[in-house]
Design a protein around this ligand. Structure first.
Ligand code: CP
Length: 309
Protein backbone atom coordinates (compact mmCIF):
# COMPACT_ATOMS: atom_id res chain seq x y z
CA UNK A 1 0.00 0.00 0.00
CA UNK A 2 1.09 3.57 -0.72
CA UNK A 3 2.54 5.48 2.24
CA UNK A 4 -0.02 8.20 1.44
CA UNK A 5 -3.38 6.72 0.48
CA UNK A 6 -4.94 9.94 -0.88
CA UNK A 7 -5.36 11.31 -4.40
CA UNK A 8 -5.89 14.89 -3.23
CA UNK A 9 -4.78 17.03 -0.27
CA UNK A 10 -7.96 18.88 0.63
CA UNK A 11 -7.70 19.33 4.38
CA UNK A 12 -6.07 18.05 7.54
CA UNK A 13 -9.38 16.87 8.99
CA UNK A 14 -9.42 13.70 6.85
CA UNK A 15 -5.71 12.82 7.30
CA UNK A 16 -4.55 10.30 9.88
CA UNK A 17 -1.60 10.80 12.22
CA UNK A 18 0.27 8.26 10.00
CA UNK A 19 -0.43 10.33 6.85
CA UNK A 20 0.81 13.50 8.56
CA UNK A 21 3.96 11.79 9.81
CA UNK A 22 4.64 10.44 6.29
CA UNK A 23 4.64 14.01 4.93
CA UNK A 24 6.83 15.35 7.76
CA UNK A 25 9.37 12.51 7.45
CA UNK A 26 9.71 12.91 3.68
CA UNK A 27 9.98 16.69 4.09
CA UNK A 28 13.09 16.10 6.26
CA UNK A 29 14.77 14.48 3.24
CA UNK A 30 13.81 17.40 1.02
CA UNK A 31 14.97 19.95 3.61
CA UNK A 32 18.40 18.32 3.28
CA UNK A 33 18.21 18.50 -0.54
CA UNK A 34 17.27 22.20 -0.31
CA UNK A 35 20.40 22.93 1.73
CA UNK A 36 22.70 21.26 -0.81
CA UNK A 37 24.39 22.95 -3.78
CA UNK A 38 22.22 21.04 -6.27
CA UNK A 39 18.62 21.46 -5.15
CA UNK A 40 17.09 19.64 -8.10
CA UNK A 41 16.07 16.04 -8.60
CA UNK A 42 14.12 14.32 -11.38
CA UNK A 43 11.54 12.65 -9.14
CA UNK A 44 8.61 14.30 -10.93
CA UNK A 45 10.11 14.59 -14.41
CA UNK A 46 7.36 14.83 -16.99
CA UNK A 47 4.69 15.96 -14.53
CA UNK A 48 2.79 19.26 -14.77
CA UNK A 49 1.67 21.36 -11.81
CA UNK A 50 -0.66 24.36 -12.18
CA UNK A 51 -1.00 27.08 -9.52
CA UNK A 52 -4.44 28.72 -9.57
CA UNK A 53 -4.63 31.42 -6.89
CA UNK A 54 -7.78 33.54 -6.60
CA UNK A 55 -6.33 35.31 -3.53
CA UNK A 56 -2.92 36.96 -3.08
CA UNK A 57 0.00 34.84 -1.90
CA UNK A 58 3.75 35.22 -1.50
CA UNK A 59 4.84 32.17 0.53
CA UNK A 60 2.44 29.43 -0.55
CA UNK A 61 2.47 30.08 -4.28
CA UNK A 62 6.22 30.62 -4.52
CA UNK A 63 7.04 27.58 -2.42
CA UNK A 64 4.74 25.34 -4.49
CA UNK A 65 6.41 26.68 -7.62
CA UNK A 66 9.92 26.09 -6.24
CA UNK A 67 8.88 22.68 -4.92
CA UNK A 68 7.64 21.59 -8.35
CA UNK A 69 10.77 22.88 -10.12
CA UNK A 70 13.08 21.21 -7.60
CA UNK A 71 11.39 17.87 -8.26
CA UNK A 72 11.81 18.27 -12.04
CA UNK A 73 8.13 19.01 -12.77
CA UNK A 74 6.84 21.67 -15.14
CA UNK A 75 4.88 24.39 -13.38
CA UNK A 76 2.50 27.07 -14.63
CA UNK A 77 1.12 30.01 -12.62
CA UNK A 78 -2.27 31.21 -13.85
CA UNK A 79 -2.61 34.99 -13.78
CA UNK A 80 -6.22 35.34 -12.60
CA UNK A 81 -6.47 39.02 -13.62
CA UNK A 82 -5.78 38.06 -17.25
CA UNK A 83 -7.62 34.73 -17.29
CA UNK A 84 -10.99 33.94 -18.86
CA UNK A 85 -12.63 34.01 -15.41
CA UNK A 86 -12.78 37.75 -16.16
CA UNK A 87 -14.94 36.96 -19.23
CA UNK A 88 -17.59 35.17 -17.23
CA UNK A 89 -16.21 31.62 -17.27
CA UNK A 90 -17.32 29.66 -14.21
CA UNK A 91 -14.81 28.31 -11.73
CA UNK A 92 -15.76 24.75 -12.63
CA UNK A 93 -15.32 25.39 -16.36
CA UNK A 94 -11.91 26.95 -15.67
CA UNK A 95 -10.60 23.98 -13.70
CA UNK A 96 -12.09 21.39 -16.09
CA UNK A 97 -10.38 23.17 -19.01
CA UNK A 98 -7.07 23.04 -17.15
CA UNK A 99 -7.71 19.36 -16.37
CA UNK A 100 -8.28 18.71 -20.08
CA UNK A 101 -4.62 19.74 -20.65
CA UNK A 102 -3.57 16.56 -18.81
CA UNK A 103 -2.09 18.33 -15.85
CA UNK A 104 -1.10 16.22 -12.84
CA UNK A 105 -1.81 18.62 -9.99
CA UNK A 106 -3.89 21.74 -9.48
CA UNK A 107 -2.88 23.88 -6.50
CA UNK A 108 -5.84 26.13 -5.73
CA UNK A 109 -6.49 29.01 -3.32
CA UNK A 110 -9.94 30.57 -3.15
CA UNK A 111 -11.81 33.01 -0.89
CA UNK A 112 -14.82 30.67 -0.61
CA UNK A 113 -14.85 27.77 1.86
CA UNK A 114 -15.11 24.35 0.20
CA UNK A 115 -13.93 25.14 -3.35
CA UNK A 116 -11.14 22.49 -3.49
CA UNK A 117 -13.51 19.91 -1.97
CA UNK A 118 -16.16 20.77 -4.60
CA UNK A 119 -13.89 20.48 -7.64
CA UNK A 120 -11.74 17.49 -6.59
CA UNK A 121 -14.26 14.70 -7.39
CA UNK A 122 -14.66 16.17 -10.91
CA UNK A 123 -10.91 16.31 -11.69
CA UNK A 124 -8.47 13.72 -13.01
CA UNK A 125 -5.57 15.80 -11.60
CA UNK A 126 -4.72 15.80 -7.91
CA UNK A 127 -6.21 18.85 -6.18
CA UNK A 128 -4.18 20.54 -3.46
CA UNK A 129 -5.86 23.05 -1.18
CA UNK A 130 -3.65 26.13 -0.81
CA UNK A 131 -6.24 27.81 1.43
CA UNK A 132 -10.04 27.92 1.10
CA UNK A 133 -11.75 30.86 2.77
CA UNK A 134 -11.94 30.41 6.54
CA UNK A 135 -11.90 26.63 6.26
CA UNK A 136 -8.44 25.04 5.94
CA UNK A 137 -4.84 25.66 4.85
CA UNK A 138 -3.47 22.13 5.17
CA UNK A 139 0.06 22.68 3.88
CA UNK A 140 0.55 25.60 6.31
CA UNK A 141 -0.32 23.33 9.23
CA UNK A 142 2.14 20.72 7.90
CA UNK A 143 4.82 23.44 7.66
CA UNK A 144 4.07 24.52 11.23
CA UNK A 145 4.21 20.95 12.54
CA UNK A 146 7.51 20.36 10.73
CA UNK A 147 8.97 23.48 12.37
CA UNK A 148 7.68 22.55 15.84
CA UNK A 149 9.00 19.00 15.53
CA UNK A 150 12.44 20.33 14.62
CA UNK A 151 12.57 22.50 17.74
CA UNK A 152 10.68 20.34 20.23
CA UNK A 153 11.42 16.79 18.86
CA UNK A 154 7.79 15.68 19.28
CA UNK A 155 4.36 17.28 19.24
CA UNK A 156 3.05 14.83 21.84
CA UNK A 157 2.21 16.77 25.02
CA UNK A 158 3.32 20.13 23.60
CA UNK A 159 1.33 23.16 24.84
CA UNK A 160 0.49 25.35 21.86
CA UNK A 161 -1.29 28.72 22.11
CA UNK A 162 -2.98 30.03 18.98
CA UNK A 163 -3.55 33.78 19.42
CA UNK A 164 -5.37 36.53 17.61
CA UNK A 165 -7.99 36.48 14.86
CA UNK A 166 -8.94 32.82 15.19
CA UNK A 167 -12.51 33.12 13.91
CA UNK A 168 -11.41 34.07 10.37
CA UNK A 169 -8.36 31.81 10.25
CA UNK A 170 -7.99 28.71 8.08
CA UNK A 171 -4.49 28.33 9.52
CA UNK A 172 -5.96 27.97 13.02
CA UNK A 173 -8.47 25.36 11.88
CA UNK A 174 -5.89 23.18 10.08
CA UNK A 175 -3.52 23.50 13.04
CA UNK A 176 -6.18 22.46 15.54
CA UNK A 177 -6.89 19.28 13.58
CA UNK A 178 -3.22 18.48 13.04
CA UNK A 179 -1.96 19.27 16.52
CA UNK A 180 -4.69 17.32 18.29
CA UNK A 181 -4.13 14.30 16.01
CA UNK A 182 -0.44 14.36 16.99
CA UNK A 183 -1.12 14.67 20.71
CA UNK A 184 -0.44 18.37 21.36
CA UNK A 185 -2.56 20.46 23.75
CA UNK A 186 -4.03 23.44 21.91
CA UNK A 187 -5.47 26.56 23.53
CA UNK A 188 -6.93 29.70 22.01
CA UNK A 189 -6.20 33.24 23.15
CA UNK A 190 -8.42 35.90 21.59
CA UNK A 191 -10.91 38.64 22.33
CA UNK A 192 -14.52 37.40 22.25
CA UNK A 193 -15.08 38.89 18.76
CA UNK A 194 -12.22 36.77 17.33
CA UNK A 195 -12.81 33.58 19.31
CA UNK A 196 -13.23 30.44 17.21
CA UNK A 197 -16.50 28.72 16.50
CA UNK A 198 -17.01 25.29 18.04
CA UNK A 199 -14.81 22.40 16.93
CA UNK A 200 -17.41 19.79 17.80
CA UNK A 201 -15.94 17.11 20.03
CA UNK A 202 -12.61 18.94 20.30
CA UNK A 203 -12.85 20.91 23.49
CA UNK A 204 -10.28 23.69 23.09
CA UNK A 205 -9.58 25.79 26.23
CA UNK A 206 -10.06 29.51 25.58
CA UNK A 207 -8.53 32.59 27.21
CA UNK A 208 -9.28 36.27 26.72
CA UNK A 209 -6.31 37.33 28.83
CA UNK A 210 -2.89 36.99 27.18
CA UNK A 211 -0.88 36.50 30.38
CA UNK A 212 -3.21 33.78 31.63
CA UNK A 213 -3.31 32.03 28.26
CA UNK A 214 0.43 32.18 27.65
CA UNK A 215 1.39 30.74 31.03
CA UNK A 216 3.58 27.68 30.57
CA UNK A 217 3.21 27.31 26.80
CA UNK A 218 5.91 25.78 24.56
CA UNK A 219 4.77 27.33 21.30
CA UNK A 220 2.94 30.56 20.45
CA UNK A 221 1.32 30.93 17.07
CA UNK A 222 0.31 34.53 16.31
CA UNK A 223 -2.31 35.31 13.68
CA UNK A 224 -2.88 38.37 11.54
CA UNK A 225 -6.20 40.24 11.67
CA UNK A 226 -7.94 39.10 8.47
CA UNK A 227 -9.54 42.41 7.49
CA UNK A 228 -10.31 41.00 4.04
CA UNK A 229 -12.77 38.51 5.57
CA UNK A 230 -14.72 41.15 7.51
CA UNK A 231 -17.41 43.60 6.44
CA UNK A 232 -16.41 47.25 6.38
CA UNK A 233 -16.56 48.64 9.92
CA UNK A 234 -16.84 45.18 11.50
CA UNK A 235 -13.49 45.54 13.26
CA UNK A 236 -14.29 48.48 15.51
CA UNK A 237 -11.23 48.48 17.81
CA UNK A 238 -8.25 50.76 17.15
CA UNK A 239 -5.11 48.88 16.10
CA UNK A 240 -3.28 50.62 18.97
CA UNK A 241 -5.74 49.24 21.54
CA UNK A 242 -5.69 45.81 19.92
CA UNK A 243 -1.90 45.77 20.01
CA UNK A 244 -1.85 46.79 23.65
CA UNK A 245 -4.06 43.84 24.69
CA UNK A 246 -3.26 41.17 22.09
CA UNK A 247 0.00 42.17 20.41
CA UNK A 248 2.80 39.82 21.47
CA UNK A 249 5.90 41.53 22.88
CA UNK A 250 8.82 40.45 25.07
CA UNK A 251 6.92 41.45 28.23
CA UNK A 252 3.88 39.25 27.53
CA UNK A 253 6.21 36.46 26.33
CA UNK A 254 7.67 36.18 29.86
CA UNK A 255 4.59 34.16 30.95
CA UNK A 256 5.52 31.33 28.55
CA UNK A 257 8.24 28.71 29.07
CA UNK A 258 11.78 30.15 28.75
CA UNK A 259 12.44 28.06 25.61
CA UNK A 260 9.16 29.03 23.93
CA UNK A 261 9.17 29.47 20.16
CA UNK A 262 7.15 32.18 18.42
CA UNK A 263 5.52 31.31 15.12
CA UNK A 264 3.47 33.20 12.53
CA UNK A 265 2.25 31.87 9.17
CA UNK A 266 2.78 35.28 7.57
CA UNK A 267 2.23 37.82 6.28
CA UNK A 268 2.94 39.62 9.55
CA UNK A 269 1.57 43.05 10.37
CA UNK A 270 4.42 44.51 12.38
CA UNK A 271 3.46 46.15 15.68
CA UNK A 272 -0.14 44.96 15.38
CA UNK A 273 -0.27 41.24 16.39
CA UNK A 274 3.48 41.10 17.15
CA UNK A 275 6.15 43.69 17.83
CA UNK A 276 8.77 44.17 15.18
CA UNK A 277 11.43 43.58 17.83
CA UNK A 278 10.05 40.13 18.73
CA UNK A 279 9.35 39.07 15.14
CA UNK A 280 13.04 39.73 14.39
CA UNK A 281 14.42 38.20 17.61
CA UNK A 282 16.29 35.00 16.64
CA UNK A 283 16.15 33.74 20.24
CA UNK A 284 12.37 33.17 19.97
CA UNK A 285 11.11 33.82 16.44
CA UNK A 286 11.10 30.91 13.96
CA UNK A 287 9.08 32.75 11.32
CA UNK A 288 11.71 32.47 8.58
CA UNK A 289 12.31 28.81 9.46
CA UNK A 290 8.60 28.24 8.76
CA UNK A 291 9.05 29.81 5.33
CA UNK A 292 12.12 27.65 4.62
CA UNK A 293 10.18 24.54 5.65
CA UNK A 294 7.43 25.53 3.22
CA UNK A 295 9.41 24.42 0.19
CA UNK A 296 10.45 21.05 1.69
CA UNK A 297 6.95 20.26 2.96
CA UNK A 298 5.36 21.10 -0.40
CA UNK A 299 7.97 18.96 -2.19
CA UNK A 300 6.92 16.07 0.07
CA UNK A 301 3.23 16.68 -0.67
CA UNK A 302 3.79 16.80 -4.45
CA UNK A 303 5.98 13.68 -4.30
CA UNK A 304 3.46 11.66 -2.24
CA UNK A 305 0.53 12.65 -4.45
CA UNK A 306 2.18 12.49 -7.87
CA UNK A 307 5.08 10.04 -7.97
CA UNK A 308 2.77 7.02 -8.06
CA UNK A 309 0.48 8.38 -10.77
N1 CP B 1 1.03 31.75 5.09
C1 CP B 1 0.55 32.01 3.86
O1 CP B 1 -0.38 31.34 3.37
O2 CP B 1 1.20 33.04 3.24
P1 CP B 1 0.81 33.56 1.78
O3 CP B 1 -0.56 34.16 1.86
O4 CP B 1 1.87 34.58 1.42
O5 CP B 1 0.82 32.38 0.85
Amino acid sequence: MSTFPHRHLLDIERLSATDITAVLDLAETYAGQNRSANKKSDKLNGKSVVNLFFEPSTRTRTSFELAAYRLGSDVVNIDIEHSSTKKGETLLDTVLNLDAMQIDALVIRHAEDGVPQFIAPQMKASVINAGDGKNEHPTQALVDAFTMRRHKKTLQGLNVAICGDISHSRVARSNVYLLTKLGANVRFIAPSYFMAPSYGKLNIPTFEDMKEGLTGVDVIMMLRIQHERMAQGEFAVSLKDYHQRYGLDHKKLAAAKPDVIVMHPGPINRDVEITSQLADDPKFSVIHEQVAAGVAVRMAVLDLLLSGR
